[in-house]
Design a protein around this ligand. Structure first.
Ligand code: GLN
Length: 541
């Protein structure tokens, strides 16, 4: 369906952070997409970093990477997983990036002697960024999620940009959804609307009237509460949407459908509502909820306390598990506390092990011990990025007997830098946006396990790292049984290693998890889960 005017939906948040604006935006977008509307989502983040690439996962969770090499907020991962449409740099903008472009323009003299101010210059830049996707002609509807919570000082320019755009575009072309929390006071046995009233009022102080309220709640909103919210917050009663806690984020689109969120949105935007086609989505959720067996996978990393640090990996397991009709229980294992003494105890009962991506020295010896154990005991092993690099180091140390083999990231003076910095990287001093990033081509070796799994000769996968497999050691490593089965044709860089004599031992330099979606679970995750299941079955025989 093509409309001449692109429609804009803004999603703001109030009362508390972490209410799940990203999931609500992705769920609504899914409902609109499944009614034939070309839809995308963007995230505006009010922090000063240019992008989250330099942020510690403890601060902000995983850094998600797009095909075009943008290091972005993890919500973009949800957008891709729900919509199965790739995002790009245009889908994530931070205050840092906005200010940087305005300041660059000022230095080029483009403001012709004017005083450069938050209004109109910063707000104009925000409006421009919001409309880039809309003007591309590729989308009928753009959803824009504004990070943070209304009332934050740093959110003000964004709210002002929304006010201006709503005014310029008109209510039939732009609407505001405000996501809020309805707390339950157990002592009083009541749901409370006051925080929402205040938050809507805060938004109004900036001249923005919320059109729809999506209310996060742990208990059903009764008719009385809905009437009260509508009356006090100036919205129609059918625009008070309940978002009750769900057992999985993948239930939220159907919950929003039941509440009629798509209908009120389409009605205000003067677009036709159709019956959404959620057949394949519902197939997925059906399988997700009715697994025929279960397996336990160990996720070995150093940010394991924080769920969000490995978000895309956990979601890729959910997609691949559902497709295999298996419930994947992921056990987080902190690599810092793994050693020769306890490795058997922690790993022997697992059905598969994934060694996670990461940076720096902390916890790497534990990862290497774990890899040794799974290699020697034929437990399915999947290494991603740093996980692949550690597999190469483990193999070099314990099979090739290069005992001090290491990555020059961890030990600059190692005599055997089996993982090393490329020449081009050695000259780089700036940290932000300078890794090998985004989509790179990879040729798969004929008859290798990966070629069978992908069922292709050429693949494209997303990267985010500085260090590489050192080709000086390639022959030695291959002759001892670890093969390089994927290479970048332009640079000769090794992208995949596998051990053919092991039931499932694959390490990839790229991040397959970024490309796993509900509609397209990633082939490597599918195959890994299958291998873990056969390992479990064989173990029981
Ligand atoms: N630290 C490693 C590198 O920079 C691996 C990065 C990662 O796992 N994403 O090459």
């Amino acid at each position: 369906m093509t409309n001449t005017t692109t429609k804009y939906i803004f999603v703001t948040g109030g009362v508390s952070s972490s209410l799940g604006k990203g999931i609500i935006a992705a769920s609504l977008a899914k409902l609109l997409q499944s009614q034939g509307y070309r839809t995308t989502i963007q995230k505006l983040d009010p922090y000063i970093n240019i992008d989250p690439g330099t942020l510690n996962p403890y601060e902000h969770g995983e850094c998600y990477v797009t095909d075009d090499g943008a290091e972005t907020d993890l919500d973009l991962g949800h957008y891709e997983r729900f919509l199965n449409v790739p995002t790009s740099q245009a889908n994530n903008v931070t205050t840092g990036r906005i200010y940087q472009s305005v300041i660059d323009k000022e230095r080029r003299g483009e403001f012709l002697g004017k005083t450069v101010q938050v209004i109109p210059h910063i707000t104009d830049e925000i409006k421009h960024r919001i409309q880039i996707l809309g003007k591309s002609g590729e989308y009928d509807i753009i959803l824009t999620e504004i990070g943070g919570t209304v009332g934050d000082i740093e959110s003000l320019p964004y709210v002002e940009a929304v006010r201006q755009l709503k005014w310029e575009l008109g209510n039939e072309n732009a609407l505001v959804i405000h996501l809020t929390l309805i707390p339950y006071l157990s002592a009083a046995g009541e749901l409370k609307t006051k925080p929402t009233q205040h938050s809507v009022k805060t938004l109004m102080e900036s001249g923005v009237q919320a059109d729809i309220l999506v209310c996060r709640t742990e208990h059903e909103l009764n008719d009385g509460i809905r009437t009260k919210l509508a009356r006090f917050c100036n919205v129609k009663k059918e625009s008070v949407i309940q978002s009750i806690d769900a057992s999985t984020i993948y239930d939220v689109p159907n919950m929003m459908l039941e509440e009629g969120l798509d209908k009120v949105v389409l009605n205000q935007l003067q677009l036709e509502a159709h019956t959404p086609d959620l057949t394949s989505w519902n197939n997925f959720t059906e399988k997700l909820k009715n697994p025929k067996s279960d397996i336990v996978i160990g996720l070995i990393g150093k940010y394991v306390e924080l769920q969000d640090s490995y978000k895309s990996i956990l979601e890729a397991f959910i997609h691949a598990g559902a497709a295999n009709e298996v419930r994947v229980k992921v056990v987080s294992i902190h690599s810092e506390f793994l050693d020769v003494q306890n490795v058997k105890l922690k790993i022997e009962n697992l059905d598969g092990v994934l060694v996670a991506p990461g940076f720096g020295e902390r916890g790497i010896e534990g990862k290497i011990e774990a890899i040794r154990y799974v290699r020697e005991h034929n437990i399915p092993f999947f290494g991603i990025c740093l996980g692949m690099q550690m597999a190469v180091i483990e193999f070099s140390r314990n099979v090739l007997n290069l005992h001090k083999a290491n990555s020059s990231e961890m030990d600059e003076l190692t005599p055997f830098p089996v993982i090393d910095l490329m020449e081009a990287q050695k000259l780089i001093t700036k940290k932000g946006g300078t890794m090998r990033l985004g989509s790179w081509e990879c040729n798969l070796l004929e008859n290798s396990k990966v070629a069978t799994i992908y069922n292709k000769n050429i693949i494209h996968e997303r990267h985010r790292h500085r260090y590489e497999f050192n080709n000086d050691f390639k022959d030695q490593i291959e002759n001892s049984g670890m093969l390089s089965t994927g290479c970048n044709p332009q640079t000769g860089l090794v992208e995949i290693v596998e051990i053919p004599s092991h039931p499932w031992f694959i390490g990839v330099q790229y991040h397959p998890e970024y490309k796993s979606t509900v509609a397209n679970p990633h082939p490597l995750f599918l195959s890994f889960i299958k291998a873990a299941l056969s390992y479990k079955i064989n173990k029981q025989l």
